[in-house]
Design a protein around this ligand. Sequence first.
Ligand code: UDP
Length: 236
Amino acid sequence: MEQPRYRRILLKLSGEALAGPKHFGLDYDVVTEICRSVKEAADLGTEIAVVVGGGNFWRGRSNEKMDRTRADHMGMLATVINSLAIADALEQLDVPVRVQTAIEMRQIAEPYIRNRAVRHLEKGRVVVFGCGTGNPFFSTDTAAALRAVEIDADIILKATMVDGVYDSDPTKHPDAKRFDHIAYIDVLNRGLGIMDSTATSLCMDNEVPIMVFSLEDPRNIVRAVLGESIGTIVQN
Ligand code: UDP
């Protein structure tokens, strides 16, 4: 059997990736397809923690009329909807899974407890972290960076709508160049929008590499876990 390159990963899924062609809300078939690849990756023996965004429902920063803190609370709740959908799809595929939320909602999920999360991972359970960091003014990318550091993940696999890090926005500049590798400091200095600066700095300071790749083909998750060169690696 093929060997995974990484012992433990933090998979960051953007909310948008769960919406499918409607570009809003959840497409359960799309979620199931993604979870099939998560199962395949877990079956290789790699331990998997997941942080999911909420942009398919709500992003706090996009509503300028609302109080930002309240809008961010709504965004964090959106991540819980996505976390529960992922947990459900994984369970239907017979993958053991636990959801932990950074804001307590004990009737729905476990509260986030780092040691307990690590224990679940060691037992082969997928752990889905909901509510981001639990704080407004942060993003789920920062939550992914924070949880990756806390659980000592080998890498963040950032599965998103673009297939890597470019020197300019590829949707606006057809001649944009994609990097195979780029240093964190260059992502920061060039203002490349692939991750916010808080998330990138946290990864830089704690030396957690990030692999950015497209989720258009969900099997890219398996390729990434096997260490294939897809997308862009951000590291020192
Ligand atoms: N959010 C927050 N604190 C966090 C993580 C997320 O307040 O630690 C809120 C914020 O409003 C954000 C929303 O949740 O816009 C959804 O997260 P994000 O925008 O990162 O989702 P993605 O773009 O990855 O789908």
